[in-house]
Structure formats: C-alpha cells, structure tokens
Design a protein around this ligand. Structure first.
Ligand code: ATP
Ligand code: MG
Length: 291
C-alpha cells in the first residue's frame, strides 16, 4: 500500500461532473488501482505513488499553477479561460465540447458583426473578451455563473457564449448557433516545477501509461491467413506501426499474418486486404501500446 507522504505525486480531477466518470475510467485503464466514492476528498493509489484529489474543475488550473498538485485533468476550455502558468502534456480524447456564440432563433443577428454593441451573457468572460477583441467587435459582456442559455428569454442578453456538445440544450432554449469560438476536450496539465524536480521520473512513468492507453484506442490488432505470394502486397496495404508478424500455416503455401491497423483507416484497409486475397480476418481490441 502506498503511503500518504510528500513523495507521492498529486493529481487533481473533477469531483463530480461531466468529466468525472471518464477520467476515473481513464486512470483505471492506465492500470492505477484506487477506491473512489462520492464523499471521498482524495484517493491513494494502491500500486503507484499517486494521490488523486477530487475538486471543483474551476479550481484545478490554480492548484496546478501553485503546485498544490503536480498534475490536473481538466477541460481545455477551463485552461483557455483561466490561462494558468502550467504545461499542457496530453489531450485525453474525451470530454469533447465547443465554446460557441448562440442567439435566439427568431433573432435578426446573423453574423458576428451584428453583435456590435449587444449584450452577451457568458460564464466564459475571458475567452469571450479574447474572441471579440481579436475580431474587433465591441460588445457588452455580462458574467453569469450558470444557466446562461435562459438569459436571452429573460431579456438579460441578446446573445450568449456557452459550451455545447450536441447542441440539444441550445435547441431546447430556442437558440441557434452563430459561430464557434473553440473546440475543447479533456487534457492533462502539469505544474512547471514538477517537470524539472524529482517528481519528473514519476510523472514520466505515468505519461508512458497514459500514452499507452491513448495509442491503443487508435489501433486494432488484426490476424489473417493469406497465400504467401501476397505478403509484399499486404505490407504495402498496412501502414506499419510495427513490422507484421508472419508464421507458416499447416496448409502449404499459406501464412498467418498479424499486424496492427490504425482506427481512422481501419475499414478501408480491411477491404483492401480482402481484395488482395487475405482470408479469415480476426480483429482484436488492443489494451495498451508502448512505443
Ligand atoms: P464543477 O462543479 O466541477 O465546477 P461544472 O458544473 O463547472 O463542475 P460540468 O458541467 O461538470 O462543470 O462540466 C465539466 C467539463 O465538461 C466542462 O468544463 C467541459 O470541459 C466538459 N463538457 C463536455 N461537454 C459539455 C457540455 N455539453 N457542456 C458543458 N461542459 C461540457
Ligand atoms: Mg466548474
């Protein structure tokens, strides 16, 4: 059992919210063992010198910058908003959303130029300020801490800047999308000093695990049988992360080929392999890839 001591590295994650379940799943997929339940303030990993602290997501940038924690997992949107002095290490491939400008459906605002002089409600004043400044449009920003989407109906604002993922909350509130300010996903950030002091070794070990899980998501393991003469063709078709494994089959003139295929070209690659003469193609998920 790891001990609670100053040699542990500390990671802050969202205590309760949209990122919590996927963050804990990502950490467990990375081989970290810990207990977590709602009332818990922190968990101690059983098999790695890591403490996981559960906090409000808005507090994570500040905790990372001040070194209260070495690492944090938080939405890129919160980093864009708070601009902490911290280093972004990895994009984690979940928690996708966008910061957008939306207006009431029946509004005659059709472009961002029409927003000049208008009142805009948001929980993202810094991101909004940056955006309108960059685009040379002067607007009146009103900071609201929650339920920004109802402010146009209440007559508080003529437009909003808010996060959306599916757009369903917007539609529910009779709002239409005007434009996107930025895309966001969950990211891993680090305190800058932690990357230069004795904790770096442990952080690097964690990064190897995290990268292993992320890389595995992008590849599938494939086994197939093929006549030996098509091997050069197969090698051409499969863009290699690693050289394919080739073994003879009991059937004369036939081989078994094992390789990995990238997720984004997966089906087109399988079709090409079939056309080239591969048979009995077996596809397996990969747990981790250590490059
Ligand atoms: P906390 O109590 O920790 O401050 P919160 O209410 O501010 O939580 P959540 O609504 O749980 O935050 O959202 C956490 C993060 O989830 C956001 O900062 C964003 O990165 C991400 N996210 C993904 N999809 C959405 C969405 N549709 N709306 C809002 N946030 C989203
Ligand atoms: Mg928050």
């Amino acid at each position: 059992m790891a001990e609670l001591n100053s040699r542990n590295i500390k990671l802050a994650v969202q205590k309760e919210g949209r990122l919590t379940a996927e963050t804990l799943e990502f950490l467990r997929n990375s081989g970290l063992q810990f207990e977590s339940y709602k009332q818990k303030l922190f968990s101690l990993c059983r098999n790695f010198p890591l403490e996981i602290l559960y906090v409000r997501d808005d507090d994570i940038p500040d905790y990372v910058e001040k070194g209260i924690v070495d690492l944090g997992i938080v939405g890129l949107n919160i980093l864009n908003e708070k601009k902490p002095k911290a280093k972004k290490l990895l994009s984690l491939n979940y928690g996708f959303c966008s910061l957008v400008i939306a207006v009431p459906k029946e509004s005659n605002i059709n472009s961002i130029k029409d927003l000049k002089g208008k009142t805009i409600a948001t929980s993202y004043p810094q991101s909004s300020k940056d955006y309108f400044k960059k685009n040379g449009i002067s607007v009146e920003l009103v900071e609201i801490s929650g339920s920004v989407e109802i402010t146009p109906a209440l007559g508080i604002a003529q437009a909003i800047v808010d996060l959306t993922s599916s757009g369903s909350t917007m539609a529910l509130n009779d709002l239409k999308l005007l434009t996107k300010i930025y895309d966001s996903e969950s990211v891993l950030v680090a305190n800058e000093a932690s990357l230069t002091n004795g904790r770096k070794v442990l952080i690097d070990k964690l990064l190897t695990r995290f990268n292993g899980v992320l890389a595995a998501k992008n590849y599938k393991y494939v086994m197939m049988n093929a006549p030996v003469e098509i091997l050069p063709n197969v090698i051409k078709i499969v863009p290699g992360l690693k050289s394919p494994t080739v073994a003879p089959l009991a059937k004369k003139g036939w081989i078994s080929i094992q390789t990995v295929i990238k997720e984004d070209v997966f089906w087109e690659t399988i079709e090409k392999l079939k056309e080239a003469g591969a048979q009995g193609i077996i596809i397996l998920p990969i747990e981790k890839i250590i490059i």
